[in-house]
Design a protein around this ligand. Sequence first.
Ligand SMILES: Cc1ncc(COP(=O)(O)O)c(C=O)c1O
Length: 372
Amino acid sequence: MTNKITRREWLVGTTAAASGLALSSAASARTLMNAGKPISKDNPIRYTNNENPYGINPKALKVMNEARNKAHLYQFRTRRNLEAIVAKMENVPIECIASGAGSTEFLMATGAICGFNGGNVVAPDPTYGSITRYVERFGGTVTRVPVGEDMAISLDAMRKAVRADTQIVYLCNPNNPIPTIIEKNALTAFCLEMSKKAMVVIDEAYFEYAGDDDYASMVSLAVENPNILVIRTASKIHAFASIRIGFAFGNPDTIKSLRRFSAMTASYPAMMGAIVSYQDKEYQKFVIDKNNESLEILYKMFEDLGRKYIRSNSNFTYFHAGHDAMDVYNKLLESGCQVGRQYKPYTDWVRISTAKPEEMHYLVEVYKREFG
Ligand SMILES: Cc1ncc(COP(=O)(O)O)c(C=O)c1O
């Protein structure tokens, strides 16, 4: 492969996924198409929204397709079935789970309650901006706590930032856009301490990808403590970003309060698909293995180029490009590669979400050509 490769030579896409092919070499990728069309600025490969490039589990899709035929009827029981199945998988009582149309529903509800009450949310910076946005939108205030020099969330700094009017302490674990994790024992102690002062909301959108021994979900802590809430999404490993399913885990009283804000928002096809997708561990393992393969391709590029980067516990990574992130974004887009936008204050760092391994090879070629 030379640096002169053009984007038209890299027609990467859905055929490989459908046939289960794992293309690792640049040469084989050239024969494929992206959604039936050549890769271009207007039809880019997405390395940008932390999505699952393989799409929804085919077994779930089949069930969702069939569910369309009953989508005109109210399906009250399906929501309870889905919640019962996921609660059992998480080993928590059914009263401790709520489902909705994506996790934003729960981030919005908690953020809005805090905002209405004129409360304050303490959140790391940078982090996922949903809850802080709703707190501000509904009249509350946000205290942003810069991540430490190691770019990980600093629990000490978060602790110090909590004030008398703080109603929510938000943690995203693994964090986004910097995919660091918080060590499990330190996090447990922090949650227990902070829950005496405020509601601790832990966003575990990427927890399925976190393979580090130091990582642990806080679901079991949340079900015992009325001031700890865990929020999860089906948008990532389950690829439900548009069809929408999300969950909240907490103490029965907390979940009861949350339920007042969410009523039958998830559609029948989405719930039926989730029932299949959550139980199919094989497909999830496939996605995780592919994600790891893709991350390794990126790490190798960062090593080759001597670039600093964050080893990921997610389906994206963050690296020091040494160029303005928006310049990198625009330059790569010309070759049909859409990477993450800029996140302040790290103006010359770039977030890259994983795509299929063959698509990562294409990104590496383009990146090395433009910035290597
Ligand atoms: C940390 C985090 N939480 C929540 C979401 C949104 O999830 P949903 O699609 O379930 O609303 C995202 C999406 O990127 C995210 O990164």
